[in-house]
Design a protein around this ligand. Structure first.
Ligand code: BGC
Length: 742
């Protein structure tokens, strides 16, 4: 929870001066996108299974500090803790820790550390480390070093944790002492990357400090009088050959360190604060009436900002850069959960997430060919650099909906920003290439319905089924969007149209086939129950015996063979219910209520991606208490460790789902082909809440209290939307309107 990051570097919240039993803590530093590859070995092979796993590597721990007083190491072995406090300030972006130790013999020292990973400097982190002699005068030694003998977590019984690799993954490639610290270079065995890790240190605070090199770092010694403080500033830089050419790795480490040393810790802290002030001015959500939830919401937003890659080459992993759960892989979590948060809060980051998908098109084309599709592109279910890394295909590759999820995010981007330049340059090619997969895998049945067989929908407790409702409905949206993009390009930008159509060999017959498939799409519906069926077979399965399932058997995936789960009516997460949100205009409210009622009874929410979606639909269909309850489950999921696995990293999709719960849920915001709308409600416990959205070139602030909703245009020319169906128009001349609650 105290992990720091800047979308590239991720440092777990472990202490600089770690001591204690080996294994008592989980040390980790990660670089978004920096990975090793390993062949996946299947005891029983099959054609086309994912062959290569890409996994995020634990990189050298450059935050290590060690303190000794009169030669005695300060740590749990030889000292006791008198007081301890740690805090992470979301406005400063600095992790602060103060600990007072009493050594054997009664000498007391206070250690104060302030640590930051620079939002504005991709490669840089820094630590201010202050040691004060409280009740004595003595010789003090502080060592600042790099621990480069790091390893990844080993896979155990939980399929969500650990990698197959054992022992150190990074091979030494050189070491250079610089007079201020050290630069260590290493290389990966298989993925062929070079990594440079460097530190530069300086001490101050007392006269007569002696500095010298020590193992992988720098040592500072001074004799402190009682009350005196020795301060060490340690600047850290990580650069890999994923970022720059190999020969530039070490020079960039050096120059980033030089610049940081020259500017100093105070300047880095000021930059950090300025970056965050700008972020919160756009993204802050205020909640009055529940401090625990307020903290949860901001904590989640802050972690999303720390975790998200923003260079077009990286994305956001399921656990961000905070832990090794899911091996640093990127999933659909990005497009369906995280993307809308950034789109409405910091659109330039949303755009770079789409650029990442554009960069992945060649690999997605290759994957489509491996899967016997003669045309088009199929995105990997889980990946870092574009390879399909999903070794268990029923809950992996079979989730073809990833293609529609990516298209959905591009459609939302276009609706929110109107940026058709981006579509012409990048988006169209993605949407058109990925749409082709649907006519590739679908076929017409005897009744003339277009069917998509043998896929898995979002719910991973139901696998390899025919006509998953979510997949079919999203494929339909996808093909219709692709056809409309083709039309618009052709009429508005004929040159771009020619270029794209020629590059991918797209003709009119194919576009007509999309429209036809969409019109004839099979969308399972059960007339008797009046609900959308999750797939062709879902309702004929045996209901799961929830009454006789002990609490300790959840999550089910850790206690039952997949086939046992697949044979039952039981869901891990929102599936049809998610379609109700994403394709909101295609359903009547009564349909939504019936679907909610049915699927709520069969859903375990074993996936952290589920509760937020149920919260949003509960709010929409008028179940205020349920909406609040599901929201609570999402908003403090990591703070309260409710899934009991936060130690492997935070749950970024759920974190973004919290924001969705406020905007889409309580405030009823939807952006669809029909325009922008709000239908705010105020949870009974709250006095007021407010949030901001970037939309249609403006920044809109929405404030909901007991009597009314205030809409304020903070910047932008004009904005039109509806409030509970009533039209609202804001302009520079009239930037604020207060609308009565319903
Ligand atoms: C969920 C998937 C999700 C993945 C990574 C799984 O437990 O079922 O929907 O993409 O976690 O967050």
């Amino acid at each position: 929870m105290f992990a720091l990051g800047n979308g590239y570097i991720g440092m777990r919240g472990t202490h600089e001066d770690m001591s204690g039993e080996p294994g008592s803590t989980l040390e980790g530093t990660y670089l978004n996108g920096f990975h090793e590859t390993e062949a996946i070995h299947y005891p029983e092979n099959a054609y086309g299974l994912a062959r290569i796993n890409e996994f995020m590597l634990n990189v050298p721990n450059a935050k290590c500090m060690a303190v000794s007083v009169d030669g005695q190491r300060v740590g749990l072995e030889s000292a006791r803790i008198v007081s301890y406090e740690r805090s992470l300030d979301f406005r400063q972006g600095v992790l602060v820790r103060t600990v007072e130790w009493e050594l054997d013999g009664g000498k007391r020292v206070r250690i104060e550390s302030r640590r930051l990973v620079c939002f504005g400097r991709k490669h840089v982190a820094a630590i201010e480390y202050r040691v004060t002699a409280l009740n004595f005068g003595a010789a003090l030694r502080i060592e600042a070093s790099i621990d480069s003998a790091v390893t990844n977590m080993q896979a155990g019984d939980d399929p969500r944790v650990g990698s197959a690799i054992t022992g150190p993954a990074l091979l030494d490639d050189g070491r250079e002492t610089t007079g201020r610290g050290v630069i260590v270079t290493q290389r990966t065995r298989n993925s062929g990357f070079l990594l440079g890790t460097g530190i530069a240190c300086a001490a101050s605070g007392v006269a007569a400090i002696t500095a010298s090199d020590c193992a992988d770092g720098r040592a500072f010694e001074a004799t402190l009088a009682q009350g005196e403080t020795l301060t060490v500033h340690k600047y850290i830089a990580y650069v890999s050959s994923r970022d720059v050419a190999r020969e530039e790795v070490a020079p960039l480490v050096r120059s980033e360190l030089d610049r940081a040393v020259q500017d100093g810790f105070a300047a880095l802290a000021a930059e950090q604060q300025a970056y965050l002030a700008d972020f919160w001015a756009q993204a802050d959500v205020e909640i009055e009436g529940d401090d625990a939830l307020q903290q949860g919401v901001r904590f989640n937003q802050y972690h999303l900002l720390q975790s998200v890659g923003r260079d077009g080459k990286t994305n956001i992993a399921a656990k961000g850069v905070t832990g090794e759960g899911y091996e640093g892989h990127y999933f659909w979590d990005t497009e369906i959960y995280v993307f809308p948060f950034f789109l409405f809060s910091k659109p330039e980051i949303a755009r770079s997430l789409l650029q990442y998908r554009y960069a992945g098109l060649p690999k997605a084309r290759e994957r489509a060919r491996q899967m016997s599709h003669t045309r088009g592109a199929l995105y990997p279910w889980r990946t870092i650099a574009g390879e399909e890394c999903s070794a268990y295909y029923p809950a992996g590759t079979a989730q073809y909906h990833i293609n529609a999820d990516v298209a959905y995010s591009i459609r939302l981007y276009l609706m929110a920003t109107g940026d058709f330049d981006f579509i012409a340059e990048y988006g169209a090619e993605i949407v058109l290439e990925t749409a082709r997969i649907w006519t590739g895998i679908g076929s017409y049945d005897r009744e003339g319905c277009f069917c998509i067989n043998a896929v898995t929908g979002p719910d991973e407790y139901t696998a390899v089924v025919n006509n998953n409702y979510y997949t079919n409905a999203m494929a339909c949206m996808h093909m219709a969007f692709a056809a409309s993009i083709a039309d618009r390009l052709r009429s508005e930008r004929p040159e771009d149209w020619k270029r794209v159509a020629a590059a991918i060999g797209l003709d009119d017959a194919e576009i007509a086939a999309w429209r036809a498939a969409c019109a004839d799409m099979r969308l399972p519906y059960d007339e008797a129950l009046g609900i959308h069926e999750q797939d062709d077979s879902f309702l004929s399965k045996k209901p799961w015996d929830f009454a006789n399932t002990p609490a300790e058997n959840y999550p089910l995936l850790l206690h039952y063979h997949p086939l046992v789960i697949y044979r039952h009516q039981v869901c891990k997460q929102a599936d049809v219910v998610l379609a109700l949100l994403l394709l909101s205009d295609e359903f009547q409210i009564d349909d939504k209520r019936r679907d909610f009622d049915f699927y709520e009874k069969v859903t375990t929410h074993d996936s952290s991606l589920s509760s937020c979606i149920f919260s949003i639909i509960a709010a929409e269909v008028g179940y205020a208490d349920k909406a609040y309850q599901y929201f609570l489950e999402t908003a403090r999921l990591d703070l309260d460790n409710t899934h009991a696995n936060t130690q492997y990293g935070v749950h970024t999709a759920a974190m973004a789902g919290t924001w969705l719960g406020v905007a889409y849920g309580f405030a009823g915001m939807r952006l669809t082909g029909g325009g922008l709308r709000f239908a705010p409600t105020l949870p009974a416990k709250w006095q007021r809440y407010a949030f901001r959205v970037h939309v249609h070139g403006g920044l809109l602030e929405v404030t909901v209290d007991a009597g009314a909703t205030g809409y304020r245009l903070l910047n932008g020319e004009a904005l039109a939307f509806t409030h509970h169906g009533a039209p609202v128009a804001l302009s520079q001349a009239e930037p604020f309107k207060r609308m009565e609650s319903q």
